[in-house]
Design a protein around this ligand. Structure first.
Ligand code: ATP
Length: 371
């Protein structure tokens, strides 16, 4: 039995998660397992009604589960950033989901890449450090001081910058920081993933030729972990990586990225795979509570019209069941998605004629046939 919190969220999140649950339930029936699903209201409606985002009670409730299956949040009535910071970022931090996982496979014929390129990349992005730690400020005037107090799962850091500026010039800064412990636990995850998937190397992305301190430590640790696991590490500068991903994505297996470069490259990965309709992700805390979601947002422009493609949410469910220890069920769901695409049982954005519910029904039916 798997205990899962389901958060449909806003806009098309509600529509696609309903289909994802349908497909997961079909797979559970076929395999004779039980999914114990608890629904939770998070997102704009609750926020506008009560002012609550992700409360301490919500966090305690989620803690009693193994995973969170999440739709999308976002609403034109709420200022940008409020829901994202107060719900998504808070959840990642509260549960220390330090790995962002985004598989990128070529979904023919939806990949925009020319030719029959077949690739199967697992993008892993460090999800808590680097330039996204919130360590920034503005220095005004000749003498300035900036202090920051950052509390993380692994450490607490007090950053004190005092500066004297030769003019009244104004400076803004954002500090990229990574801790040894943070890189080590992330690198462990990457090499273990390569081991599990039978990949012959880990490609580590950075910009070590420019940000020498930050990515110098990154390389030192990846070198050591490569030796420890007996799996080669290949380094790629992020700019070269962007080109290589378009030209020859089949070269890569496990791709390890620091937070900011990972943010950008995983969107490139989503696009070469076939776009937002098929891109799914997991925010992973190994041994803890992880959260699985489609990459797309709430898409208010098409919400409530039955136009949303449920495949990304269904594939997020596949990643979740993989991570819960049943990759055999995950493979069955992926097979059903592939068949649905082949048989054109898809929504209009993929050239089909089905609405969201019909597309979900078709994939659930294929899962039942997979047996
Ligand atoms: P948010 O601010 O919540 O991220 P958004 O609308 O700005 O939402 P996305 O939802 O990520 O951004 O998507 C951008 C556009 O892509 C949408 O407006 C929609 O037209 C299209 N789109 C996204 N997801 C899907 C989907 N599952 N099926 C069909 N079209 C989609």
């Amino acid at each position: 039995m798997y205990k899962i919190v389901v958060v449909p969220g806003d806009g098309i999140g509600k529509e696609v998660i309903a289909e994802g649950v349908k497909v997961l339930q079909a797979a559970a029936e076929v395999e004779g397992i039980t999914l114990d699903l608890d629904y939770m209201e998070l997102g704009s409606d609750r926020y506008l009604r009560t002012g609550e985002l992700l409360t301490d009670e919500d966090i305690s409730f989620i803690r009693q589960h193994q995973a969170v299956y999440f739709g999308a949040i976002g609403d034109p009535r709420v200022a940008p950033g409020v829901l994202e910071q107060g719900i998504l970022i808070k959840m990642r931090t509260a549960f220390d989901q330090y790995v962002n996982m985004r598989p990128a496979k070529a979904w023919h014929p939806y990949t925009p890449l020319k030719g029959e390129k077949n690739f199967d990349i697992l993008f892993l992005r460090e999800n808590t450090e680097d330039f996204y730690m919130g360590a920034g400020g503005v220095l005004n005037g000749k003498e300035a001081e900036a202090k920051m107090h950052l509390k993380r799962e692994l450490y607490t850091v007090d950053l004190n910058l005092s500066s004297s500026v030769s003019s009244d010039e104004e400076f803004a800064f954002e500090v990229g920081m990574m801790s040894r412990k943070g890189i080590e636990r992330f690198a462990d995850y990457c090499f273990k993933a390569a081991e599990r998937l039978g990949k012959d190397k880990v490609t580590a992305v950075d910009k070590a030729n420019v940000c020498t301190s930050l990515y110098g430590l990154w390389r030192e640790i990846f070198d050591a972990k490569s030796e420890q696991y007996g799996i080669p590490v290949e380094y790629m500068y992020v700019d070269a990586m962007a080109m290589a991903l378009v030209r020859s994505p089949e070269r890569f297996g496990v791709v390890a990225c620091p937070n900011m470069f990972g943010d950008i490259l995983t969107d490139l990965g989503a696009e070469i795979m076939g776009g937002l309709g098929v891109a799914a992700s997991g925010n992973i805390c190994p041994g803890g509570v992880s959260m699985f979601e489609p990459v797309h947002g709430s898409a208010p422009d098409i919400a409530g019209q039955g136009k949303a493609n449920p495949i990304a949410a269904i594939l997020a469910g596949k990643i979740m069941i993989d991570q819960l220890g049943r990759p055999d069920i995950g493979n069955m769901i992926e097979w059903a998605v592939k068949m649905a695409m082949k048989q054109k049982k898809v929504t209009a954005d993929m050239g089909g004629t089905l609405n969201t519910v019909q597309a979900g029904d078709a994939i659930a039916e294929l899962v039942r046939q997979a047996r």
